[in-house]
Design a protein around this ligand. Structure first.
Ligand code: CP
Length: 314
């Protein structure tokens, strides 16, 4: 479940970002400078080794392709050394806690820990103390937060839409279980996107108040005239066993097709954090179509994650 209390501080007294576990509470200027740096990396064809090569540990306790591979590539391009820890072959399998694992890596001299974990409470505890030598980065935390995805989505949106204040966005699908929806919503709001519409099956709607001032609408109303549609993955691994999801009904009622998108602005673009279930959330022919930004989202993950390492390293 998402955390109910206010976002943790990840910024020290001098304004330096020490950890990145959520986008909530980050100042716009800090995110702007991070995106500027990502733009710089996106434009450069070659690796840009940092002056201060560091040790980076990747610990993914849930499956991942995009996030894990792009954090690794980003670290490699900056000249960092990467250690991939396999949870069931690490001491987590012998009941060591995430906190003790982080302390152990810190004692060895690791400078960054990228963690994908299902439990927001134990992931969030890593932020303390704020000035610890190990910078902790969420690679996706339960259904609470996915800050690097939120940033790369914002980066991608920025590349295509100049006036974010005039942009209309529809977020469609399993919003209840989506950390991407929460982080991308936070990022878009921070940059002035006002018209954000939500559409989800009744069992997959967010809790009241989780997405301030965003309306939950039937699919047609959410899509009508919109410039950008963000489709979400059905998070089947997070859907409680008692809740029997009828996939055929989901596809019929919420699956996005060319026909359905005719109601959007004719210049509509579609995004999806991946992995996509073809012909479920999105028709197969839309995934790599000219209106799709999905491959671009993936591509932008590398420069954005390079910028995250640099920003945390100060
Ligand atoms: N978008 C995303 O988090 O994808 P992966 O699960 O492949 O990392």
């Amino acid at each position: 479940m998402p955390l109910n209390h206010s976002p943790p501080s990840q910024i020290d007294r001098s304004g330096r970002l020490c950890h990145l576990m959520t986008l909530e509470g980050l100042p716009r200027a800090l995110v702007e400078s991070l995106l500027d740096r990502a733009r710089f990396h996106r434009q450069s064809e070659h690796a840009m080794p940092s002056d201060h090569a560091a040790a980076v540990a990747l610990l993914f306790c849930e499956p991942s392709t995009r996030t894990r591979a792009s954090f690794e590539l980003a670290a490699w391009r900056l000249g960092h050394h990467v250690t991939n820890l396999t949870p069931n072959l690490s001491s987590l399998a012998k009941s060591e806690t995430i906190g003790e694992t982080a302390a152990t890596l810190e004692a060895m001299g690791f400078r960054f820990l990228v963690l994908r974990h299902g439990d927001p409470e134990s992931a969030q505890a890593l932020i303390h103390p704020l000035d610890r030598p190990l910078h902790c980065i969420s690679g996706g935390t339960g259904q609470w937060s996915h800050p690097s995805q939120g940033l790369l989505d914002l980066f991608t949106v920025h590349e295509h839409f100049t006036d974010l204040g005039a942009l209309s966005v529809a977020i469609i699908g399993d919003i209840r279980h989506s950390r991407v929806a929460r982080s991308t919503f936070t990022a878009l709001r921070l940059f002035g996107v006002r018209d954000i519409r939500l559409c989800a099956p009744p069992d997959l709607e967010p809790e009241a108040g989780e997405f301030p001032e965003a309306e939950l609408l039937p699919l047609e109303d959410a899509l009508r005239g919109t410039r950008l549609v963000i489709a979400l993955r059905l998070q089947r691994e997070r859907i409680p066993e008692g809740l029997r999801l009828d996939l055929d009904h989901y596809r019929e009622a919420y699956g996005l097709t060319r026909e359905r998108l005719k109601i959007c602005d004719p210049r509509v673009r579609i995004m999806h954090p991946g992995p996509v279930m073809p012909d479920m959330e999105l028709a197969r022919d839309l995934i790599a179509s000219p209106i799709s930004l999905i491959r671009e989202q993936v591509r932008n993950g590398v420069p954005v994650r390079m910028a995250i390492f640099e920003t945390l390293a100060g």
